[in-house]
Write a protein of this length. Structure first.
Length: 317
């Protein structure tokens, strides 16, 4: 039986629900204990890791007829999450609203392309633990996809290409920083690494690396093309029309699926203007009150992020 099947066998079919931690059901507690056992027995694999959470693939059985699930486990809180006092309960609510909005947009606009949003399934919680379950979108996030594309540009030997294709984010960064590849990076990055202006590569350097990959290849962008950008832009537009703002639209939250389609992940900093009554001018620079040392928290503006993605999609240096 697959891992997902084991959870289903317990009679705990995930469903959208918000529960009080004090009222955690026996099924929730049993499911969480079962998942803990899976971790301890190495019967899962981490498929993503961000500033605040690790995302683990629970169902890794290739011949399963069941959809694989992933579980998001918060391991730390970002400054933005602390100041905005957001929880996984909030993320489930925003994620579910976004998923439904895009499903409706797809049904109403059959000729348009949209990014896929993984279906949120459930928030499992007890007095001390809470995990968000959702469907799994395979592939690489856009940052990892770009690092891989850069390295593959300089490898023709099949064994080396296979090795790069299986590398994790950290392994790709380590390879790029090696003596073999560091000088293949854009000249400005090489200089800043050399003189100590920056210590390591990160997502803030994505655009520079992506444009470098594009300059070394012919034809459409091999990193993020115009059709992929169109799908992402259509998705953000549909979300905004539904009053939903992502507010964390960086390359790590854009997924490139094996078939070339696009996914949109992580609604932990999102907001719903219709429900929350947030004024447009306060969407991305939020006043968090005088009890905090930092009076405001700045979030990524969806439209500004789309402009950065478009620079890469249309290969503008």
């Amino acid at each position: 039986m697959t891992i997902s099947g084991e959870l289903r066998g317990m009679g705990n079919r995930p469903h959208i629900e918000r529960r009080d931690a004090k009222a955690a059901s026996d099924a929730d507690k049993a499911a969480i204990d079962r998942i803990e056992t899976m971790f301890q027995e190495n019967r899962s694999v981490t498929v993503g890791s961000g500033r605040s959470a690790d995302v683990t693939l629970l169902d890794i059985c290739e011949d399963s007829t069941l959809k694989p699930w992933v579980i998001k486990k918060e391991v730390r809180r970002t400054p933005e999450q602390k100041l905005l006092d957001t929880t996984l309960d909030d993320e489930l609510r925003y994620h579910d609203a976004a998923y439904r909005a895009i499903e409706n947009a797809i049904a109403e606009n059959p000729g348009k392309q949209f990014a896929r949003i993984p279906k949120p399934l459930s928030l499992l919680k007890d007095e001390t633990r809470q995990w968000l379950l959702m469907d799994y979108l395979p592939g690489d996030n856009l940052f990892v996809h770009t690092l891989r594309a850069h390295l593959l540009n300089f490898e023709t030997e099949e064994t080396a290409r296979e090795r790069i294709a299986s590398m994790s984010r950290d392994e790709l960064l380590e390879e790029l920083m090696s003596e073999t590849f560091i000088n293949t990076l854009p000249a400005r990055l090489v200089q800043e690494l050399s003189d100590g202006t920056i210590d390591e590569l990160g997502e803030q350097h994505w655009r520079m690396i992506a444009l470098g990959v594009n300059r070394s290849s012919k034809g459409p962008s091999v990193v993020f093309n115009a059709l992929q950008h169109e799908a992402l832009a259509n998705t953000i537009d549909a979300l905004h029309k539904a009053g939903i703002h992502h507010r964390d639209l960086h390359p790590g939250n854009v997924q490139i699926l094996p078939d070339g389609s696009v996914g949109l992940l992580d609604f932990g900093l999102s907001t719903i203007t219709e429900k929350d009554g947030t004024k447009d001018k306060g969407l991305y620079t939020v006043d968090v009150g005088h009890e905090f040392d930092d009076k405001k928290v700045s979030l990524l503006a969806d439209d500004e992020c789309l402009k950065g993605f478009w620079d890469v999609a249309r290969k503008i240096a």
